[in-house]
Design a protein around this ligand. Structure first.
Ligand SMILES: Nc1ncnc2c1ncn2[C@@H]1O[C@H](COP(=O)(O)OP(=O)(O)OP(=O)(O)O)[C@@H](O)[C@H]1O
Ligand SMILES: [Mg+2]
Length: 245
């Protein structure tokens, strides 16, 4: 019997968290939780990394959301004469065998939560019955799910949910391709500040600064974006530039 192993080559420049994600997605893991500070690229990774050839669908959880986004809901048809079932993201991802990304999973209310548990169950026990036709749906081969959260302690997530996702990766810095969207002199500091505890400054903030500085100059842009931390940040950017030169 021949056994085929999928191997992944390590990129020495890829931060460990991103290498781990690449390794698990390329080696048969189809349920991953990405957690950690905001703005590091968790949602982007969920939507774009690994095999997403059959599409990616996203749900953003809030306390008052309904299952409309998850399995779907009856809505008036365009002529207003009848009701039609509009599929939610989880059902779409099941049917295509694509990727489901569930953002801010810790915010889901109990109703949505229960529906999500069903959609995220192991493929042999998961099924969903269409409320009108009674047709039974099951996840198509290839279905994968990535959940994201800013919660730091995975024990805070309900056990039934986290049990379905044995692989959890803390993303502690932006992906190199995200940093490349910034001007060179901002990349290092943006990477350092992404996980700097209560001093943290997210990639999105640096992107806003980078955009404003082009027309307003460093000083004014930094005051607008970094407020009372502007001076310190500008100094750090200058030091980084000198060190790199
Ligand atoms: N690998 C990447 N390549 C290009 N752009 C990226 C990449 N990763 C993230 N970005 C960009 O960086 C920004 C933040 O990314 P994203 O929304 O995925 O962060 P997040 O970790 O999900 O944040 P939050 O925890 O607040 O939801 C977005 O504008 C996104 O398009
Ligand atoms: Mg996100």
């Amino acid at each position: 019997m021949t056994t085929t192993h999928t191997t992944t080559t390590s990129d020495p420049n890829l931060p460990e968290c991103w290498q781990t994600l690449e390794d698990v997605l390329n080696n048969g893991i189809d349920r991953v939780i990405l957690f950690g500070p905001p703005g590091t690229g968790k949602t982007f990774a969920g939507m774009n990394f690994g095999d997403i050839s059959r599409g990616s669908h996203r749900i953003t959880c809030t306390e008052d959301m309904t299952n409309l986004q998850v399995d779907g809901n009856f809505m008036p048809s365009s002529d207003g004469k009848s009701f039609k079932w509009y599929e939610g993201s989880a059902l779409k991802a099941w049917q295509s065998g694509g990727r489901l990304v569930i953002d801010e999973i810790d915010k889901a209310g109990s109703d949505v939560f229960a529906t999500l548990l069903n959609f995220l169950d192991t493929p042999d026990s998961a099924s969903w019955e269409h409320p009108e036709t009674a047709e039974v749906f099951r996840p198509q081969l290839g279905f994968s799910a990535v959940m994201t959260t800013n919660v730091e302690d995975m024990d805070e997530l309900p056990e039934a949910l986290s049990d379905r996702f044995p692989v959890r990766i803390r993303i502690n810095q932006p992906h190199p391709t995200a940093l490349k969207r910034l001007s060179r002199d901002l990349r290092q500091i943006a990477s350092q500040m992404a996980d700097a505890g209560n001093q943290r400054i997210s990639l999105r903030t640096f992107m806003a600064f980078d955009s404003l500085r082009k027309s307003l100059g460093d000083e004014r842009a930094s005051k607008i974006v970094f407020a009372n931390r502007a001076e310190g940040i500008i100094d750090a950017i200058k030091i980084n530039s000198v060190e790199r030169a």
